[in-house]
Design a protein around this ligand. Structure first.
Ligand SMILES: NC(=O)C[C@H](N)C(=O)O
Length: 281
């Protein structure tokens, strides 16, 4: 028997229209599992097609992911590690909003230290849409987490029938059915009728320690390089207590003269500056 824990955090996959016209995270992990059969999918409670998978559910947040803080994503990483400290668990599925899923994927991807898979998934259309993609994505994620083929593949995203490695993933589109992709690599595999099928082996880095309380106190701002960019936002970041700044320069990461001077000032003050490129790759 494969025991998979489904850990819910909120996001569109669990959201419903609210009277004020917005969409609010609401469903628990048990609600999401309970809705599978209403969409014609196996809910893993009876012994037919996917016998051998036993589900457990846990909720650690009911939030839209654009509200997540460092403390929230750290809580997800600690919850996953706690669940994997149990020997009777074979894999973890985390349901999550797509807006900041890439940050949680990155933290999990850098800290995961176990051959058992951790699979994140979500939805682009909430469960109150007739063609919601959430149930299918959750079903695919559970089958992927339960598959022996996923062992050693690290932290994964399963979305729109594709399996991706966590590190380097970005949400590249607001509404597309598959909003995620790597700029420099493709999918690791696909979820077929017969189950997950891998085309490649994920590169898994040497794991970093789980974040401690100091992580929650960090404030890392982002500053963009563009024609006419001065150093006003960089100075604002420094003056208001940023502990780190990521500068996304143009092209190969070129910040321009005003930002270059401000970077020198920041590093002289002991503020860590990461230099990247706004091209995304
Ligand atoms: N598709 C989604 O899940 C987006 C949602 N706003 C969230 O990140 O919580």
């Amino acid at each position: 028997m494969n025991r998979i824990v489904v850990l819910a955090t909120g996001g569109t996959i669990s959201s419903h229209r609210s009277p004020d016209g917005g969409s609010r995270a609401k469903d628990s992990a048990a609600d999401l599992i309970g809705a599978l059969s209403a969409h014609g999918l196996d809910d893993f409670t009876s012994g037919d097609a996917h016998a051998g998978i036993e589900l457990e559910s846990e909720d650690i947040a009911v939030q839209n992911s654009f509200n997540f803080s460092f403390a929230d994503i750290s809580r997800v990483a600690h919850a996953v590690a706690r669940i994997l400290s149990r020997e009777d668990v074979d894999g973890v599925v985390v349901t999550h909003g797509t807006d900041t899923m890439e940050e949680t994927l990155a933290l999990l991807g850098f800290t995961h230290d176990d051959p058992r898979p951790v699979v994140l998934t979500g939805a682009q259309r909430s469960p109150d849409h007739s063609d919601s993609d959430g149930p299918r994505n959750l079903h695919d994620a559970i089958r992927t987490a339960a598959s022996p083929a996923s062992r050693g593949q690290g932290v994964l995203l399963v979305f729109g029938g594709e399996i991706h490695s966590a590190l380097g993933l970005r949400k590249n589109h607001t509404l597309a059915p598959q909003p995620f992709g790597h700029r420099s690599a493709g999918a690791l595999g696909a979820v077929l009728e017969s189950g997950p099928r891998y085309f490649a082996q994920a590169l898994t880095p040497e794991p970093l320690p789980l974040p401690n309380d100091a992580f929650h106190q960090q404030r890392v701002d982002m500053v963009l390089g563009y024609p006419g960019a001065d150093a006003a936002l960089m100075h604002a970041a420094l003056e208001t207590g940023a502990t780190g700044v990521v500068v996304l320069g143009a092209g190969a990461g070129n910040p321009g003269v005003p930002l270059t001077d401000a970077i020198a000032q920041a590093t002289a003050q002991g503020v860590l500056v990461g230099l990247g490129t706004r091209t995304g790759a």
